[in-house]
Design a binder for this molecule. Structure first.
Ligand SMILES: Cc1ncc(C[n+]2csc(CCOP(=O)(O)OP(=O)(O)O)c2C)c(N)n1
Ligand SMILES: [Mg+2]
Length: 268
């Protein structure tokens, strides 16, 4: 039995409970991959085959596992520092390839393991260990970035709303193609956002995830800095050929030419 090292009140507990519930319902073979950070400890607390990567390198490890074992569901647990900072190039290219993996980003908007430095999603003015006078940077909107990179499933969840979060996780895992679940995981110790999220978070209603323009508009509603309403739910979903469909010429689902033509058509 491994001792749990998260602080009392950590938002990671909610993610862990939801992941447990979802994995207990799936019959697929699953391999988990973690980055480096507080988020990464989640794989220590689950009795499932897993791989600890280097900081920022969880996604290429997951891509390799997926290509070696195409029948496996590969789920990555990454942090905002890990996925949106150090490893952002890998996130962009995995989305571009539409490789069939799921990335769950524990977006606490702080480097928690290293005790409170700012990340790409920390708000302007964020005071932390490396920015005592306040961050001089404007935060990145990862959902918008990932949409333009080619991801085919993009959701944001708030693990406190457990049933809603579970259903997003399940849909993301079942989706064929690259799926991202940006999770508003609160770091109770270094950036406690519970009051803000409990006040501002609302569930998307009547939104059509097939409508790319509507998805973009919704993603831009909250820019990680303002006090605008914060939508959670499935922003975008599309059915496009995956990297594996095009990469494994020995097992073509469609011919190479048709695969390329499908991809080109899907961008027009
Ligand atoms: C290549 C490399 N750079 C930096 C570090 C130090 N480091 C470890 S975890 C971390 C930040 C983790 O932040 P995040 O990904 O947001 O995870 P969290 O702890 O917030 O869950 C850093 C900078 C490292 N281990 N390796
Ligand atoms: Mg973090």
């Amino acid at each position: 039995m491994i001792r749990n090292d998260w602080c009392p009140g950590c938002g990671n507990f909610g993610i862990l409970n939801s992941v447990k519930a979802v994995l207990s319902e799936t019959k697929d073979e699953v391999i988990l991959v973690a980055g480096i950070g507080q988020h990464a400890k989640i794989v220590d607390y689950l009795n499932v085959p897993s791989f600890y990567s280097l900081h920022g390198r969880a996604i290429p490890a997951a891509e390799g596992i997926k290509l070696a074992k195409p029948g496996t569901k590969v789920i990555v647990f990454s942090g905002d520092g890990d996925a949106y900072g150090e490893g952002i190039e890998h996130l962009i290219f995995a989305a571009k390839r539409n490789i069939d993996i799921t990335v769950v980003v524990h977006n606490n908007r702080v480097y928690a393991l290293t005790t409170g430095q700012f990340t790409p999603t920390s708000p302007y003015g964020f005071k932390g260990r490396s920015t005592p006078a306040g961050s001089p940077e404007i935060p990145l909107n990862p959902l918008e970035l990932i949409l333009s990179s080619g991801a085919t499933f993009i959701a944001r969840g708030y693990p406190v709303k457990a049933d809603h979060f579970k259903s997003l996780l399940l849909e993301a895992i079942q989706h064929k193609g690259f799926s991202l679940v940006d999770s508003l995981q609160v770091c109770f110790t270094f950036f406690n956002q519970y009051d803000l999220y409990n006040q501002k978070v609302y569930e998307l209603q009547g939104h059509d995830p097939a409508d790319r323009e509507a998805a973009l508009k919704k993603m831009r509603e909250w820019d990680y800095n303002s006090d605008a309403p914060i939508a959670i739910g499935k922003f975008y979903q599309a059915d496009k050929p995956t990297f594996e469909d095009r990469f494994r010429p020995d097992k073509p689902k469609v011919s190479r030419e048709e695969g390329i033509a499908q991809v080109l058509r899907s961008y027009i």
